[in-house]
Design a protein around this ligand. Structure first.
Ligand code: BDR
Ligand code: CA
Length: 322
């Protein structure tokens, strides 16, 4: 078997992020060296708490380093209520228990340390606003060329936004950070709404999840109903999108995604367009291609991988009890 890929998961949990974590922490193809928290679906403090509660609750075979979210300028002024889709605490009021914590390093420090410890070998999977990644790049200017790849859940190429008419949520939360990451010398893959919106999971998902007696099953059965509620209320659909989990699928199974090179940028101050991603798709773009952008995916195969992965995650829980 191939060696597991080293990843750092940067998350703003978020039901979507929690689903991705449930998948990733038990997957034999991934070596999750660190999980770092960022404000987004909830406040930075709540994101740190949620991350810790999810990781501890799932109790994976190998405990990743954890990095704490800090307040960001982009966060001030954002109402705690109604940020994301999953209620003010990000997890639909799940109130998961968390152990008292010894000191946790700031997320950007953990990212810098882990990338430095394994140059060119780490994939950063950015599932929230790009605040931490931009800070890590600022703190250590060589870092962009030392990361293997940054895979980003966010943006929209030819579809409308999901938070404002123009902007996708993660990019909208911290457009300045997103722009800095887009412009950095790192190798990037973007997984925009154009592909993630193509999959809607219906209530039938509950029949396919691992059962209540498993840690993954119990967590997901507890938090997923709030996501269905959010999607019904905000978007009027009877189903959920799982942007973050699909992004993880692109890391694990790139062959199921069709990507092309593009020149991408972020609008940081438009009245109607703050956080909008802009791609120069002219035949001769005025800027160089700076990222690979997924524009299509093998829908049925990706869904099957998600369901299968969650069930084998639950099956692998025992390993961590040893
Ligand atoms: C992103 O926003 C949040 O709702 C999800 O966690 C995902 O990362 C999708 O726009
Ligand atoms: Ca997220």
């Amino acid at each position: 078997m191939e060696m597991a890929r080293k990843v750092i998961l940067d998350v703003d949990p978020g039901v979507d992020d929690a689903l991705a974590l449930s998948f990733a922490l038990f997957h034999p193809g991934l070596d999750v060296v660190a999980v770092t928290a960022v404000g987004g679906n909830c406040s930075p403090a709540q994101a740190t708490r949620n991350m810790q509660a999810i990781v501890e609750g799932l109790d994976p075979p190998r405990l990743p380093r954890m990095g704490a979210a800090s307040e960001s300028e982009a966060d001030s002024g954002r109402p705690a209520e109604g940020r994301g889709l999953y209620g003010p605490d990000g997890l639909g009021g799940a109130d998961l228990p968390v152990a008292e914590r010894q000191h946790m390093l700031p997320a950007e420090k953990v990212i810098c340390d882990q990338v430095r410890a394994a140059p060119d070998a780490i994939t950063i999977v950015a599932l929230g606003p790009l605040t931490n990644i931009a800070r890590a790049f600022q703190r250590d200017p060589e870092l962009p060329s030392l990361v293997g790849r940054v895979v980003i859940a966010g943006g929209a190429v030819a579809v409308s936004g999901n938070y404002t008419a123009a902007a996708e949520f993660n990019i909208h939360c911290d457009p300045v950070a997103a722009q800095a990451v887009f412009r950095s010398a790192s190798t990037k893959t973007l997984i925009p709404l154009d592909v993630t919106n193509r999959i809607t999971l219906s209530y039938d998902l509950f029949n396919q999840l691992p059962d209540e007696s498993t840690r993954v099953g119990a967590l997901l059965r507890k938090i997923l109903p709030s996501a269905f509620r959010g999607y019904r209320q905000r978007f009027g659909i009877e189903g959920i999108h799982v942007h973050d989990t699909i992004t993880l699928m692109a890391v694990l199974y790139p062959e199921l995604f069709m990507a092309q090179e593009m020149a991408g940028n972020v609008e940081t101050m438009g009245e109607l367009t703050t956080g909008m991603t802009v791609f120069d798709r002219r035949r001769i773009p005025s800027r160089q291609y700076n990222m690979e952008v997924a524009m299509d995916l093998e829908k049925e195969k990706v869904i099957e991988k998600i369901i299968r992965g969650l069930n084998s995650a639950a099956g692998r829980e025992e390993a961590s009890a040893e």
